[in-house]
Design a binder for this molecule. Structure first.
Ligand code: FUB
Ligand code: ZN
Length: 682
């Protein structure tokens, strides 16, 4: 790792997104998703599963209020295990003082407030800010005097807090709270939530790690990343130490999760039974110490968050072994376990990575959050070493698997993102029981919708990173930004129509000449790139970036032209599901065929490779969302008459000419229920 290449994302307040694609997505998040999710967190969305998220915070605040009022007469609840998801006996009359929902329900608030923070940084809105302040007041009122802030144990009984790190998500809820608190502080300058997050971090630190002494690590990662962020925001080195401690502990023997399970059994007076499943450690990425891991395994969201946290700590500490593990794990994901949509997690069993090249299309899990986690990991790898291959994957996830998780209306969501859907099979086939052919209004386990909202509203922090006098452009995003170089401020304007057109232009405004380097990613999907810089600027190419260095003057501009032809892409033949098929891509966009355009039985359609040069590209719209659709020459097998027997002598099928209309994968399932397919027969 060469420190001279280390970089950091820009402060979101220094970047104004003017992009047509992302601007529209951000506007949807601001005007639809954020208000809608607030209603959902307060159980006011008709026909949607209740969240109970804010209900729990209010209940915990009331309990603490009662404790203060009663003093020593107060009887705290003592913990009884009521399960991972707790629901009211009568859904019409939930008990106002009980905890409901999943153990990690608090995190939905945190992700919501985090997206509010990013949105406010782009688009100040006093009404939204005061609603957010009010929500923060509710949450902070639920904080225990020790700093502890997780409503699951606050309401069920604090006597057993931190006794089930494997399953009970306290450190996960802390992580999301801390991420949100830093974001809100940076966007608004208000530190109430940040102080609460620090108190919770201190409470955790007083228990675990170099300061607290107890061993352990999160059952669901995210605290690793969050502690680094808290460290950067506050300068408090103990947060970085605690993050590193969690990484160092993971996968060491004896396994902490077994130790705590043994202790729980002893406490409950039950015999301890070792779980016989050898995959149980891998699910939590605890099968090996992190520096020895090479293959991405286990729950895909957990894994992505872990790898991002490892990269964060490697960057701050210069830990070479940790960084080497990050690189190996990256290669495992990107080289063997990545869908062409940027989704990850091939199997529903454990919502996990499957074995290398096992990338089924119809039963794909590809959780929206897992694609988001991959974006986090990619950006952190770019911060350590700007290599275009990281940004290529990041861009693929950002334009495909991530936006597919949200309907174009901003009010319906996918948790699972398959690459092939036949709605009738989803209903009849047990193997596909996890696949929904239409987006849902909300989920009881609602990790994905607020995760999309926070990523979309902070997308600018994935487009650029900077270090000293260098600015890297990783994604082409219409935006204006300011970069400080010494005493001078460079004002840069990026104009582009990505992902629909391959050209971009960066223009420079400055009060005087500025010596610096502007580095531009040459996308992996582009076969011919033309980059034009002002005279006197030197060019070097390295790891897929074009570095333009020299003295920049007011009015200078860089023009970038990336060839964006339509391509038919084949998968490595080890991906059994995709043999004999191709996916159609253009620039960063992966396309799919839908029943709404092409009728049923998409498995009978075949791309015509000879017609590749005749594909027509045209801007169209779906629900008012402009997008480039494709008209692709193809064949359709003439279906056999219904009276045909099940088997017959082989004969080449009769084919008829057709034109397939393909739309971007992210836009599928916005026109009612129907078949969809990314990989098409050739
Ligand atoms: O466990 C918290 C979140 O819920 C996970 O990240 C998702 O996969 C879902 O299981
Ligand atoms: Zn999710």
């Amino acid at each position: 790792m060469k420190r001279e290449f280390f970089s950091a994302p820009l402060d979101l307040k220094c970047v104004k997104v003017t992009d047509r694609f992302w601007g529209r997505e951000q506007e949807t998040v601001r005007t639809q998703v954020i208000p809608y999710q607030w209603e959902a967190l307060n159980d006011r969305v008709e026909g949607a599963e209740p969240s109970y998220c804010m209900h729990n915070f209010r209940a915990a605040a009331r309990l603490l209020e009662k404790k203060r009022a009663l003093g020593s007469a107060f009887r705290a609840p003592t913990y009884t295990d009521r399960g991972f998801q707790q629901l009211p006996d009568d859904p019409a009359h939930p008990d106002p003082d009980r905890f409901y929902g999943f153990v990690f329900q608090d995190s939905d608030f945190s992700k919501w407030i985090e997206s509010v923070a990013y949105s406010l940084a782009q688009h100040p809105d006093s009404a939204l800010e005061s609603a957010a302040d009010g929500a923060i007041d509710v949450v902070c009122a639920a904080q225990h005097e020790s700093g502890y802030l997780d409503t699951f144990y606050l309401l069920n009984g604090m006597d057993r807090a931190f006794t089930n790190l494997r399953d009970h998500h306290e450190l996960y809820c802390f992580g999301h709270l801390a991420e949100a608190a830093v974001a809100y502080y940076q966007a608004t300058g208000k530190d109430k939530l940040l102080r609460a997050a620090c108190r919770f971090a201190d409470c955790i630190g007083a228990h675990f790690g170099p300061e607290g002494g107890a061993k352990g690590y999160p059952g669901h990662e995210v605290a690793e990343m969050a502690l680094v962020r808290l460290y950067e925001a506050t300068g408090e080195a103990q947060y970085l130490r605690l993050s590193r401690f969690f990484l160092d502990q993971r996968g060491t023997q004896p396994h902490y999760f077994d130790q705590e399970a043994r202790e729980r059994a002893a406490y409950e007076g039950k015999p301890f039974r070792q779980d016989g499943d050898p995959q149980r450690y891998a699910y939590h990425q605890a099968h090996l110490p992190v520096r020895e891991q090479s293959e991405a395994v286990g729950h895909a969201v957990r894994a992505g968050y872990l790898y991002a946290g490892m990269a964060d700590v490697a960057k701050r500490t210069g830990d070479k072994a940790l960084y080497a593990a990050c690189r190996r794990l990256w290669d495992s994901v990107a080289g063997e376990k990545l869908y062409i949509t940027g989704g990850v997690g091939g199997t529903v069993h454990g919502e996990a990575f499957s074995y290398p090249y096992d990338l089924p299309n119809d039963s794909a899990y590809s959780e929206t959050c897992a694609a988001i986690a991959l974006v986090f990991f990619a950006r952190r790898m770019l911060e350590i070493s700007p290599e275009a291959r990281y940004a290529d994957v990041m861009e693929r996830a950002l334009y495909n698997a991530v936006p597919a998780g949200m309907g174009l209306d901003g009010k319906s969501f996918f948790y699972v993102n398959p690459l092939e859907v036949v709605p009738d099979s989803c209903r009849r086939d047990q193997r596909l029981a996890h696949v929904e052919p239409v987006r849902q209004k909300w989920f009881g386990c609602a990790c994905c919708p607020p995760n999309i909202a926070r990523l979309v509203s902070s997308v600018a922090s994935y487009a650029y990173t900077e270090s000293g006098d260098t600015l890297w452009t990783h994604l082409y995003l219409g935006s204006s930004l300011t970069k400080q170089v010494g005493k001078r401020a460079l004002r840069l304007e990026m104009e582009t129509d990505m992902p629909w057109q391959g050209c971009a232009r960066m223009s420079i405004r400055t009060d005087g000449p500025v010596d610096c380097t502007l580095a531009f990613r040459i996308p992996g999907w582009c076969r011919r790139a033309a980059i034009t810089a002002p005279e006197g600027i030197s060019r070097t190419d390295r790891e897929g970036y074009c570095y333009l260095s020299g003295t920049w003057r007011d009015g200078d501009a860089v023009a970038l032209d990336f060839d964006m032809e339509v391509r038919f892409v084949a998968a490595n033949p080890r991906v059994r599901e995709d043999v004999g098929k191709a996916a159609v891509v253009r620039g960063p966009i992966t396309y799919c065929a839908e029943e709404a355009d092409n009728g049923r039985d998409l498995h009978l359609c075949r791309l015509d490779p000879a017609g590749r040069g005749q594909v027509r590209v045209g801007m169209e719209d779906i629900l008012g969302f402009p997008l480039a659709a494709l008209r692709v020459p193809a064949w359709r097998e003439v279906p056999s008459p219904p009276e045909d027997e099940l088997y017959r002598e082989y004969a080449p099928p009769a084919l008829e000419r057709m034109t397939l209309r393909l739309i971007p994968y992210f836009a599928w399932a916005n026109r009612g229920e129907g078949e969809m397919r990314v990989w098409l027969r050739v």
